[in-house]
Ligand binder design. Sequence first.
Ligand SMILES: Cc1cc2nc3c(=O)[nH]c(=O)nc-3n(C[C@H](O)[C@H](O)[C@H](O)COP(=O)(O)OP(=O)(O)OC[C@H]3O[C@@H](n4cnc5c(N)ncnc54)[C@H](O)[C@@H]3O)c2cc1C
Length: 299
Amino acid sequence: MKAAPFSYVRPTRLDDVVAELERAESTGGGKVIAGGQSLLPVLAMRLGRPKTLVDITRVRELAELQDDVGTVRIGAAVRQRRVERELARRVPLVGRALPWVGHREIRSRGTVCGSLAHADPSAELPAVALCLDATLTVVGPEGRRRVPAAEFFTGAMSTVLAPAELVTSVTVPTPRAGEGFGFEELARRHGDFALAGAAARVRRDGDAVTEAALVGFGVADRAQHRDLTVPMAQAVSQHGADEKALTTTLAEAVDQIAAEVVTASDAHASQQYRRRLMRVLGTRALVRAWTDSRRRTHA
Ligand SMILES: Cc1cc2nc3c(=O)[nH]c(=O)nc-3n(C[C@H](O)[C@H](O)[C@H](O)COP(=O)(O)OP(=O)(O)OC[C@H]3O[C@@H](n4cnc5c(N)ncnc54)[C@H](O)[C@@H]3O)c2cc1C
């Protein structure tokens, strides 16, 4: 199938992007196009028929990758591959998740913000954004607002974005002292979307856990974030360095998420299998994050 007819504009200023999106609203609807890696298949299958595509990749300020004290800011036109090359060490959880996003060719075109705006429930980057408490900057006719990742995703392929709004950047915290990260996923073939996956962040103070967060993805209409500080702290104080005992105890806490797996059985996996996966991958991600936290004594 071919896409339905559309017009295409490529502004070079952010104001003009917003003006074009606003104009498109009254003429049959518009869509931002960034890397096109998700949008073009949608158009080709006629799952969407926007009348105007507004290409944001020529807006200079959206192509910025800014490394500040304590955070990095990734502009909306920055490709995933560039982040993988330049920021993998600076934001380790992003660095661990990106190789799982499609293939290198896809990441050479796809953008980090495009993946967040697309809000696929099986996508890696929304889960990472939730796990790290990232903040999205959104611009539209009413001005600029900052939206925490926890408030951005509203369901499968849906977000708080209004029709004439776009994400201009995402700000991700860099690791603090004592923080560690884990990322686990299972896909049928490398580059496929995940059957299920988990991102974990744990913070320690000496031998005690002070924060633990787990995000499961591919298991519901959007990634699922849980604060597991209490069970993680209890498990660590009980079992210390005994990784096997730690794993068994944590698996019970991870069942919180596993029990809530609602993704229906499909040709790839049954719901029951996804539940088991969530339990295994979630536990493994937490244990990895705990081990990793030992290496980061300074921010
Ligand atoms: C073969 C293949 C395999 C893939 N595998 C994976 C995978 O395993 N995991 C995964 O996560 N993804 C996967 N993807 C998707 C890929 O990561 C996309 O690049 C990403 O989801 C969307 O980024 P994009 O820049 O290409 O956005 P586009 O395709 O340009 O846009 C996607 C949607 O987001 C909107 N949008 C884009 N940018 C903005 C913005 N700044 N503000 C507001 N709205 C915006 C668009 O209007 C559109 O609705 C795969 C894609 C392909 C083709």
